[in-house]
Design a protein around this ligand. Structure first.
Ligand code: SF4
Length: 247
């Protein structure tokens, strides 16, 4: 049985981290679900050989801006093996990044499609697709060492984080407190457009700006709760603070 708390700290870089977490089977319910989805499939994807494993973070290994979602989608990342790839959420997010000049192309359809992110990376607090997109608190906590290590490895370069949704916000703040930044008490509440500046816990390390943004779920984007303009505004502000040069 994989133990993320034991394995994640050993990863020397983000490539090793992705390799290690791709073999993780620490959450029995999620392992069963991700593999069941891959067996049953969606009719539109019946010719696909689903990834059906944990999905690592994707993008620049020296990212200045990190976007944090929730978990891979059952027929998106769990099918394609790449986060925000092959589903509506990825379509919306990558189109916005491309408009800002932070992605090489406006679409994200499969792992070999050539997409590159410029100075940006995205990851999630839970790396396996959960039933109904709802991981349990125990699953979130079990997966947490992977995110802690990813933040440690990005520490030298990352200057801004965008938490996509309340789950990401609530999960990442304790991780950042552990990772070398001072998080206010009580912890600030999630909201779209909320921004918090976290000073370094010690020394002359750089501060980190954390931005809240509604998640790019189909429900949020179809209902207009999150419009393309709202998404672009948050991403642009965060990118500027991260020292990137968005259009
Ligand atoms: S959710 Fe995280 S900890 Fe659980 S099996 Fe997947 S990768 Fe491992």
């Amino acid at each position: 049985m994989t133990d993320p708390a034991e394995q994640a700290p050993r990863a020397a870089d983000l490539t090793a981290l992705g390799r290690s977490l791709s073999g993780c089977r620490a959450c029995p319910r999620l392992v069963e679900w991700r593999e069941e989805v891959a067996r049953v499939k969606r009719p539109a994807f019946r010719d696909w050989d689903y990834w059906a494993r944990p999905v690592p973070g994707f993008g620049a290994t020296d990212a200045r801006l990190l976007l944090i979602g929730l978990a891979p989608a059952a027929h998106g990342g769990n099918r394609t093996g790449r986060m925000f790839t092959g589903d509506r959420a990825g379509d919306v997010l990558v189109a916005a990044l491309h408009e800002l000049g932070l992605a090489s192309q406006p679409t994200s359809t499969h792992a070999g499609d050539g997409l590159e992110l410029h100075g940006v990376r995205y990851t999630s607090p839970v790396h396996c697709a959960p039933p109904a997109n709802k991981p349990t608190p125990a699953e979130r906590d079990t997966c947490r060492p992977w995110l802690v290590r990813e933040m440690e490895l990005l520490h030298p370069t990352v200057r801004a984080v965008v938490a996509l949704g309340a789950f990401a916000w609530q999960t990442v703040l304790p991780v950042l407190a552990e990772g070398g930044w001072r998080v206010p008490r009580p912890r600030p509440a999630f909201g779209h457009g909320v921004r918090v500046q976290l000073p370094p816990a010690q020394g002359d390390a750089a501060p980190l700006a954390v931005h809240g943004c509604y998640h790019v779920t189909q429900r949020n984007t179809f209902t207009g709760r999150l419009t393309p303009e709202m998404l672009r505004d948050v991403l642009r502000s965060a990118a500027l603070e991260a020292g990137l040069d968005p259009r």
